[in-house]
Design a protein around this ligand. Structure first.
Ligand code: SAH
Ligand code: CA
Length: 220
């Protein structure tokens, strides 16, 4: 018996076959995103399913997303919220997020999205300054530029209620983090973030090797 599974193509196909089907509203979004050069930035369906399940598990009502792109994780999360739920969604790209909003409208959940365009460093600082915002969020998903991760994590933690959950994406960065020959700024930023987490006493956390690696942190 192996300690960890090695994912093969056959096993991936089996996993997809026995997993619940992709929500109907997500398919056209994924197909449209597939035409874009940057389509690999989209979270895979299995990861979106995990996020939605987590949102359900903790009964989240108010969530934060840092890094929307064309909205796959945003829409998956919004669909998992109760009708009066809300996602505050941050991105710098008007072009990509307009596609995200079009699909949220089509899925009937656009009224759950509060989209804020701009550098997330600025929009998060502004959000933290708003009356009632601190401690009002149940869940956050961090998936924007990797250099910003420590700052996004700190701000998200401030916005979260105790026992709120933060998920940080791409913490295994295609495996590059474990290759000492790779020293570009993004890889170094992900490594530094992972190392910094180890001494963060504000949270309990675990790393999941799902998709491109995810850190799941719970605010103490
Ligand atoms: N979660 C998305 C993928 C996000 S890709 C999905 O499921 O498809 C990363 C996103 O971060 C891009 O849309 C990019 O525009 C955004 N981004 C990059 N730098 C940013 C910054 N400084 N502030 C806000 N958003 C940023
Ligand atoms: Ca990602």
């Amino acid at each position: 018996m192996r300690l960890e599974l090695t994912m093969t193509e056959a096993l991936q196909e089996y996993l997809t076959a026995v997993s619940p089907p992709e929500p109907e509203a997500l398919r056209p979004l994924r197909e449209e995103t597939g035409f874009l050069g940057a389509h690999l930035m989209q979270v895979p369906p299995q990861e979106a399913r995990f996020l939605a399940t987590l949102v359900r598990a903790i009964g989240a009502r108010r969530t934060l997303e840092v890094g929307v792109f064309t909205g796959y994780s945003l829409l998956a999360t919004a669909l998992a919220l109760p009708p009066d739920g809300e996602v505050v969604a941050l991105d710098i790209s008007e072009e990509w997020t307009s596609l995200a909003m079009a699909h949220c409208r089509r899925a009937g959940v656009a009224d759950r999205i509060d989209l804020r365009l701009g550098d997330a460093r600025d929009t998060l600082a502004a959000l933290v300054g708003e009356a009632g915002a601190v401690g009002s969020f149940d869940f956050a998903f961090i998936d924007a530029d990797k250099e910003g991760y420590p700052e996004y994590f700190d701000q998200a933690l401030t916005l979260l209620r105790p026992r709120g959950v933060i998920v940080v994406d791409n913490v295994l960065w295609g495996g590059a983090v474990a290759d000492p020959e790779v020293t570009d700024s993004e890889t170094n930023a992900v490594r530094a973030f992972n190392e910094r987490m180890r001494s963060d006493e504000r949270v309990d956390y675990t790393l999941l090797p799902l998709a491109d690696g995810m850190t799941i942190a719970v605010k103490r």
